[in-house]
Write a protein that binds this ligand. Sequence first.
Ligand SMILES: [Zn+2]
Length: 433
Amino acid sequence: MYDLLVQNAILPSGESVSLGVQDEKITLISPEPILDPARVVLDADGLTLVSGVIDMHVHFNEPGNTHWEGVFTGSRAFAAGGGCVFVDMPLNSVPTTLDALSLDLKKQAMGQSQTDYALWGGLTPINLDQMPELAEGGVVGFKAFMSDSGLPEFQNSSVGVLHKGMETAAALGLLVAVHAEDPQHLGAYRGLEDFTSSRPTLAENSAVSIALELAKETGCHLHLVHLSNIEAVMLALNAREQGVRVSIETCPHYLFFNEEDLQKQGVLLKCAPPLRPEVDRKMLLKAVQKGWVDVIGSDHSPAPPEMKRGDFARAWGGISSVQTTLSVLLTLGIPLEEASLLLSEHPASILNFQGKGKFAVGFDADFALLDLQEKVLEKHELHDRHRLSPYLSHGLKGRVLYNFVRGHVVYERGQFSSFQPKHIRFDTAGQRT
Ligand SMILES: [Zn+2]
């Protein structure tokens, strides 16, 4: 007896597929409808089946800043976008996740999640000694800033601190995720007109070079978050060829929007590193199309509306987009198979999530059913707290109609079902899949 049968879906390759789920795992994949008995049977009727999205980079801001987003709304938006596991960042919550106690508070907040979750710990000058207890608590790795994080309670790391932290992370067998902008090349800015020039690609590329050198020296796996230009990607690829363990992330907004859009939309598209000129956007998209980028993380980082308007210099830098990552990639013309590598298979491999990230027998039944049509994104479709998406009124291809996490339906045509979330850990004992 199957727990779930899904009949007549279409794979990214175009083949017709039916599948059976038992004990939260895919146990049968068949080109023909499956005739065996099951507790639940769903006729997908030609909807497209994709692996569940694993988002390595979200800020749900809980505990402490639930009014910015919160796990309940953030994870619902993620579920509605086809998500199965998000990895929450250690800053923007109060307290920041710098020790075992704050990690426990974070885990308690995760009880409301609509999907599975994983957690980053912080790497800052004041918590190097707490990294082992964070590892014990199940973080996938440690997030560090090379430039000012904008939050006094999450200090940036000097090269010396980062070196020590990466040594510790390497010994623990976990990742270090780095926000790479070199403070030496960052300038002050007055407003929208000089924001981009105050954070040049030079700052990013300089920081990436330094971080790669530290990864080489320490043997630590470096995860470069939100790279915004192709030169940074090339630096990482060259280092990888020399044996450095590095993974490369960019975000949908660097691929979809450019500096001109920032000038038009203003605060809504404020982020760091900033959006780049059209020529850079195109080059970065080319890098993604060529398979040079490993993962796309949303870097969903919302704030209350009052912090996302008014004076540009004082407004919050962060973009809300956790629900739309898959749709944005499809709209940009990334084929579904490639999108699944960027959003499912590669993140699962980098994070050593055993049994996740692939649509295959024996893997967790994490998948979504999509309607591939392009439609204008409307506010009522969004489920995050403030729904301040820069993609509103843009045509986006692909809408998730059903989403299953470990075989449980978590989202169905605008509705959510109750779900018991699981904390997914980096499997330090297991082999990389
Ligand atoms: Zn971020």
